[in-house]
Structure formats: structure tokens, C-alpha cells
Design a binder for this molecule. Structure first.
Ligand code: ADP
Length: 465
């Protein structure tokens, strides 16, 4: 079997992969099975960073990492990746920074990563590149002469043609993607948007799951990412840290309905809209007062980016307003915590919550929705309320599906969830779990890798200029 090389912005963890979650475990397992190499950014910046990878052997696999200079970090990571591609691909043109310096830094850093990896490659390697940090990476490798199979998986949504067209370099960016052999997206809808762009904007030709354009052919397919369903369900049911968290949440709860939201603090997650929907619930349905308790965990992220700091201030204001208006000496309607929770505790928190409120404005997949369901007690499961704009909604139609912009609709969904019968909760849970088990993260990984193997067995190689 050929060696697997995984390329992603952040590498690892390897030792404690389980603590980081399903994706890390799935990748580490595949890398171990194939004596693989995991390659990416070290997470460090250094003024004197050079084109050099430090390599570390870690139990049947190797890690190779590169430092960035502070300028590279600013332009490639904070700039183009997180202030341009991230908002644009999530339909936030209003928050997108179209700065040419960022784009140039991004191209330079993608080329640097390719330059450093190239001499470490073996002729029969298979390369799997992850996410929006590395759209241009495959093309850089090809230009150096790499002929190995290279697959790419986009973890975030692919935007509609006219949204993408707002990016000054959209044509070069899409052209570069044709250096890959397989392009994986989260959903059929993402594939469809990519196909639409290529056919209508670049005059490519679609033929089933193949797209011909720029003298190259790529295979495009949806590979909806999953979680380690069995493992997570087992933690929620049996782990002692999960149990401790469960007890902490349920103690003193009485008959109150616990609602939970868990997110990275990000404007795509719709947390402000969620707070407004909760306020609407308290306003319009007075029977909810003192009878519900909403806990929102939002771990701070990307604090160096201005838009994230502004959002944080807005949420502080909204949560204070809700508690000031509706709270009482013996009841806090909304508890809002800016901290991450260990995975095991998270599993217990999900299980202790009768309603999981997952309402992103746009999300490639959303793994919290899947974790919430997997953590439930099969005898007495909670209800998932899920945004129609999360990729997960296509695999999870038995959730209560909502439009996150419609605060009255979300408030109504919360009431429906509160009063849902045990039988209906069980039926929905069982249907959801059946699919979560069949479409877990191991299945996602194996599916992608076997597609890449099949496609590249037959391909011819020509570099994209
Ligand atoms: P994103 O990748 O955009 O952050 P996902 O929902 O797809 O969104 O994945 C988020 C992952 O991070 C999930 O596995 C979730 O459990 C974890 N996570 C999110 N917020 C927190 C938090 N506050 N504490 C701990 N883990 C979190």
C-alpha cells in the first residue's frame, strides 16, 4: 500500500487524538496503517523562519511542520484564509477583506509549503490535502513536477457562483483546483455550486461526477464528514467525566428544560440570532419563564481578527440584556460561557440537555449537531433543533429544522421540542442514529481514500499552468 501524506494547516495531535475528536482519530488511524506523514504549520511564528520542515517520528507515523514568519502568518492565515475566504465562503461578503496583499501572501505561503514538502515525497505517495488554507497547494506541487495522486477536501461550504465572483482572483483560484484529482465537498449542494461555477463561468463540461476544464479532468463528489458515533455515544453513557458533568448540569434543574448551544465563537454560528430567538421565546410564551434554562458555551476563537472581537462585545450585551430583563433572584434564563469544554464533559452536557440548539447561519457540516444526537440517552432522548443552512441538515431531516434568521420560527421550534412526546423523540432519535452510525468519520475517510485510489489508477498527468 502506498504511503499516505495528509496536508492540513494544523497537524496532530497524535498522542491524544481522542481528546481532539473524531477527525484527528480517523486521520491518525489511516496514517498509522500506511506509515504516513502528516504535514502542515507548526503553529509557531518566527521572524527567521526558513523553508525547512522539522520532522518528528510519532508511533508509526511522522509529523513534518513548518514555521511561518509573522508577516506570512498575518497575510496567509489571519488575512486571506480567515478574513477573506472564511467570510466569503460563508456568504458574508460584508465582512470579507479583499486585500491583494493577503492574496499574494496566501499564494506565497502555499508555494512555500509545496516547496518544503516536495523533496520529502516518494514516487508512490498518495496526498490528501485539507481545507481552505490550501486551495492553491496542489497546483504549486504540480508545477514542481509532482505526479502523485492528490485529493482535496473542503471542510467549509462552497459558495454560490455570484458570491465567489466577488473575489478578485476567483478564476485563478478555481483553475488551481483542477490540479487535484478528486475534489471532495461536504454536500451535494456544494458540488452543485462548484459545477455551476465551472460550467457557467469557466465554460467547463460536466459529465456525471467528472468536470473537464483547463485541459484537466477532476472528479467531484460529496463526502459528508461524520463523527466517531459509537465512541462518542459510549463516552456519553459510560465515562466518569461525562457523568460528573451530567450531574453538575442536572443538579438543581428540577423540571426545568435545559437547552444547550455549543460553538466556537464565530459569526457564522448565528449566536446573536439565537439569543434573539430565545428572548422571543421568553416574551411570547410566558409559560417558559422559570421553566427553561439556556446554557450557551462559546469558546473564543480568532481573537486577533477584528470582526471576532466586535461580535464578542455584541453577545456580551445581548446576554446581559436578556438576563437583566427576564432574570430573577432565583432564576438565570441564559448562562453564557466563553470557554472550551473537554470532550468528555461535553458529552455529559449534551446528554443532560433536553434540547440541542444548533442554528448556524451557514456551516459546511456542523459536528455539534451530530455529537448532540450521539450523546443522548436512547430511552429518553432530547430533541435537536437544527438550522437548514448547516450541511448536516441534509443528513438529519428528523431534527426540527429551522430558519435561523426567523426568531419567531426558532422560538416556536423550542416550544415544539419542549412538548414533544417520548414516542416521537425516540422515533426521531432512532432514525438519526441509524444514519450517524452508517455515515461515521471512518466511513468518510475510507470513502474519500478509495475514490482517490480508483480515480487516479486511470488518470494521465498534466500540470496546470
Ligand atoms: P467548526 O469546525 O466551525 O468549529 P463544527 O461544529 O463542525 O464547527 O466542529 C466543532 C468541533 O469543536 C466539535 O467537535 C465541537 O465539539 C467542538 N467545540 C465547539 N465548541 C466547543 C467548546 N466551546 N468547547 C469544546 N469543544 C467545542
Amino acid at each position: 500500500m502506498s504511503r499516505l501524506v495528509v496536508v492540513s494547516n494544523r497537524v496532530g495531535p497524535v498522542k491524544d487524538a481522542a481528546r481532539a475528536g473524531g477527525l484527528a482519530v480517523a486521520l491518525v488511524d489511516a496514517l498509522r496503517a500506511r506509515g504516513g506523514l502528516w504535514y502542515g504549520w507548526s503553529g509557531k511564528t518566527d521572524k527567521r523562519a526558513v523553508d525547512y520542515a522539522s520532522i518528528e517520528d510519532a508511533e508509526s507515523l511522522s509529523l513534518a511542520t513548518v514555521d511561518l514568519t509573522p508577516e506570512e502568518y498575518e497575510d496567509y492565515y489571519n488575512g486571506f484564509a480567515n478574513r477573506c475566504l472564511w467570510p466569503l465562503f460563508h456568504y458574508r461578503i460584508d465582512l470579507t477583506a479583499f486585500d491583494r496583499r493577503y492574496y499574494e501572501g496566501y499564494r506565497r505561503v502555499n508555494a512555500k509549503f509545496a516547496r518544503v514538502l516536495y523533496p520529502l515525497l516518494r514516487a508512490d505517495d498518495t496526498i490528501w490535502v485539507h481545507d481552505y488554507h490550501f486551495l492553491a497547494f496542489g497546483n504549486e506541487l504540480r508545477q514542481m513536477g509532482a505526479e502523485q495522486p492528490i485529493g482535496f477536501f473542503l471542510h467549509i461550504p462552497f459558495p454560490a457562483r455570484e458570491v465567489l465572483a466577488a473575489l478578485p482572483h476567483h478564476d485563478a483560484m478555481v483553475r488551481g483546483l483542477f490540479a487535484y484529482d478528486v475534489l471532495g465537498f461536504q454536500t451535494e449542494q456544494d458540488c452543485e455550486r462548484f459545477r455551476d461555477y465551472v460550467v457557467r463561468e469557466a465554460h467547463g463540461i460536466a459529465n456525471g461526477d467528472k468536470l473537464h476544464c483547463f485541459g484537466r479532468t477532476v472528479t467531484i463528489r460529496a463526502f459528508p464528514i461524520g463523527i466517531d458515533t459509537e465512541g462518542f455515544a459510549d463516552i456519553a453513557a459510560n465515562d466518569k467525566d461525562a457523568r460528573r458533568q451530567f450531574d453538575k448540569v442536572t443538579k438543581g434543574l428540577g423540571d426545568r428544560t435545559q437547552i444547550v448551544g455549543v460553538d466556537r465563537l464565530d459569526y457564522t454560528k448565528g449566536i446573536a440570532e439565537r439569543f434573539q430567538a430565545y428572548e422571543r421565546l421568553l416574551q411570547e410564551y410566558p409559560d417558559t419563564r422559570r421553566e427553561v434554562s439556556y446554557l450557551q458555551i462559546a469558546a473564543a476563537s480568532r481573537g486577533e481578527v477584528l470582526e471576532y472581537r466586535q461580535m464578542r462585545e455584541e453577545l456580551d450585551g445581548l446576554s446581559g440584556h436578556i438576563n437583566g430583563t427576564f432574570g430573577d433572584f432565583d432564576w438565570t434564563p441564559l448562562r453564557y460561557l466563553n470557554k472550551p469544554l473537554p470532550r468528555r464533559a461535553l458529552a455529559g452536557l449534551y446528554r443532560a440537555s433536553k434540547i440541542g440548539l444548533v442554528t448556524p447561519l451557514r456551516d459546511g457540516m456542523n459536528l455539534v449537531a451530530k455529537e448532540y444526537v450521539a450523546a443522548q440517552d436512547p430511552e429518553d432522548p432530547g430533541v435537536l433543533i437544527l438550522s437548514r443552512f448547516a450541511g448536516a441538515s441534509y443528513q438529519m431531516p428528523e431534527a426540527v429544522i429551522v430558519n435561523p434568521y426567523d426568531s419567531k420560527g426558532v422560538a416556536d421550534a423550542l416550544q415544539i421540542a419542549r412538548y414533544m412526546s417520548l414516542q416521537e423523540r425516540r422515533e426521531r432519535f432512532e432514525a438519526l442514529m441509524k444514519r450517524l452510525r452508517a455515515e461515521d468519520v471512518a466511513q468518510w475517510r475510507d470513502d474519500f481514500m478509495s475514490t482517490l485510489a480508483t480515480v487516479t489508477r486511470r488518470r494521465t498527468i498534466s500540470a496546470v499552468s
